[in-house]
Design a protein around this ligand. Structure first.
Ligand code: NAD
Ligand code: UDX
Length: 480
């Protein structure tokens, strides 16, 4: 029986390994982590992450050929293939701070593999890492090898949260990069055989190591660039009376552009896009490619602009002040169908409104009050470094209320901001919400999910990203 061990039981390690175990009953899969709480949650009825379809496959495989454990060294030493799926956050201090990927967790995993291994191993980079990381890992492993041979493969993960199981069951492609040596090619073949249990062969792409590593950063940069492009257009739509949904529909109908991933929004979030583009920018700078670095930096700058623009729109529409006003925030997760709040645009929007002294009443179906309070107390990039957690100031504590229902959040509110596209928000009783709000009642739709005409008929003043402005808003000061 082939034995697989995955180091890191997070958003990637957990679902990817559950799917390998589910699709390959003859393979034993152990997912290990240094976090005792996370492993305990994987072994309980309350999994540590919310992902549609995940619970079903975990319960089918757990205890049979899928194990979650804190016995990291034991499972690593027994495995033939080791996936490393640890976090690779943006560095917060030292050389490259604010841009470069922090490989501390990766390096410590590699040193531990070298310490405990007793037979030859294939080590797979599942985490997203800077191009050429495999070379560094190879050095760490071979300099501490005691005669053991390692093959390093790059097998980046392309799943998106909220659709992780669907994406893993039916991936557009699986990418495997390895050394162009007989040993490297044999290792590629071994990993290919694992995926071949359910992925058609023509969707398994094999490349050299550096292409695989770079393709992951490139893919995320291209995806984020589409969103910043459509978001930049949304600002121009508001200024000209064009409708961004009509523009993106018309543009996306061109087969060369394609229609997916062109939804204007309050800004992209999630743990990957910003971090990976910053990492790409840093790599370009280190290679003397200033123009290329500046090109990709713009994707993030437009994203920051979009989030600021949204806050400014809320404040300027409400007579240039939200001080003391209750604003309902519907949705805090960075997208629907996940409880993940890493880099969610809701953090920037809420901080912006709190900064203008608003009272916020927040509701998200999957995010806990504890998480929301933590997120709003943290500095940028610190979500992966909890050591820097700042206690929330008593004033901000008072300005913040987290509730468990959209109707409670909106009761007596002056304004409502829709920040995550949860399906349940589309079917809310907006007449009831309107009746219970202060007048004039404002809706700011950061996801373009509501029927703005219907809401206007009810009596709301409505702002939707990139849509022609309500007569009311047109008279308000321009938003930069
Ligand atoms: P995560 O923070 O959810 O999980 C990482 C886990 O690794 C944590 O539970 C942590 O305790 C554990 N860990 C860290 N160092 C360890 C060590 N030395 N030994 C054992 N466990 C250790 O992160 P994630 O979202 O799963 O992302 C992991 C990697 O995958 C990142 O590089 C990320 O960029 C990449 N990625 C993420 C996604 C996504 O949607 N989240 C998608 C594709 C790729
Ligand atoms: C992304 C990549 O899609 C995935 O391939 C990679 O493995 C990890 O990073 P993820 O961040 O989980 O996945 O979600 P994604 O669906 O890409 O959404 C990212 C952000 O962009 C979200 O905040 C989402 O709301 C936003 N978005 C997405 C838009 O604003 N408009 C769109 O058209 C699509």
């Amino acid at each position: 029986m082939v034995k697989i061990c995955c180091i890191g039981a997070g958003y990637v390690g957990g679902p990817t390994m559950a799917v390998i175990a589910f699709k390959c009953p003859a393979i034993e899969v152990a997912v290990v982590d240094i976090s005792v709480a996370r492993i305990a949650a994987w072994n309980s009825d309350q999994l540590p992450i919310y992902e549609p379809g995940l619970e079903d496959i975990v319960t089918q495989c757990r205890g049979k050929n899928l194990f979650f454990s804190t016995e990291v060294e034991k499972h690593v030493s027994e495995a033939d293939i080791i996936f490393v799926s640890v976090n690779t956050p943006t560095k917060t201090r030292g050389l490259g701070a604010g841009k470069a990927a922090d490989l501390t967790y990766w390096e410590s995993a590699a040193r531990m593999i070298a310490d405990v291994s007793k037979n030859d191993k294939i080590v797979v980079e599942k985490s997203t890492v800077p191009v050429k990381t495999a070379e560094a890992i190879e050095k760490i492993l071979t300099h501490n090898s005691n005669g053991i041979k390692y093959q390093i493969l790059s097998n980046p993960e392309f799943l998106a949260e909220g659709t992780a199981i669907q994406d893993l069951f039916n991936p557009d492609r699986v990418l495997i990069g390895g050394r162009e040596t007989p040993g490297g090619q044999k290792a590629i073949q071994t990993l290919k055989e694992v995926y071949a249990h359910w992925v058609p062969e023509d969707r398994i792409i094999c490349t050299n190591l550096w292409s695989a590593e770079l393709s992951k950063l490139a893919a995320n940069a291209f995806l984020a660039q589409r969103i910043s492009s459509v978001n930049a257009m949304s600002a121009l739509c508001e200024a000209t009376g064009a409708d961004v949904t009509q523009v993106s529909h018309a543009v996306g109908k061109d087969m060369r552009v394609g229609s997916k991933f062109l939804n204007a929004s309050v800004g992209f979030g999630g743990s990957c896009f910003q971090k990976d583009i910053l990492s790409l920018v840093y790599i370009c700078e280190c290679n003397g490619l200033k123009e290329v670095a500046n090109y990709w930096k713009q994707v993030i700058q437009v994203n920051d602009y979009q989030k600021n623009r949204f806050v400014n729109r809320v404040v300027s529409s409400m007579f240039n002040t939200v001080s003391g006003k209750k604003i309902a925030i519907l949705g805090f997760a960075f997208k629907k169908d996940t409880g993940d709040t890493r880099e969610t645009p809701a953090i920037d929007v809420c901080k912006g409104l709190l900064g203008d002294n608003a009272n916020l009443s927040i509701y998200d179906p999957q995010v806990t009050e504890d998480q929301i309070r933590k997120d709003l107390s943290m500095r940028k990039f610190d979500w992966d470094n909890p050591i820097h957690l700042q206690p929330m100031s008593p004033t901000v504590m008072k300005q913040l209320n987290v509730v468990w229902d959209a109707y409670a959040a909106t009761k007596d509110a002056h304004g409502l901001c829709l920040l995550t596209e949860w399906d349940e928000f589309k079917t809310l009783d907006f007449k009831k919400i309107y009746d219970n709000m202060q007048k004039p009642a404002f809706v700011f739709d950061g996801r373009n999910i509501i029927d703005e005409q219907k809401l206007r008929e009810i009596g709301f003043i409505v702002y939707s990203i990139g849509k022609p402005l309500d007569g009311w808003l047109k008279d308000m000061p321009a938003v930069a």
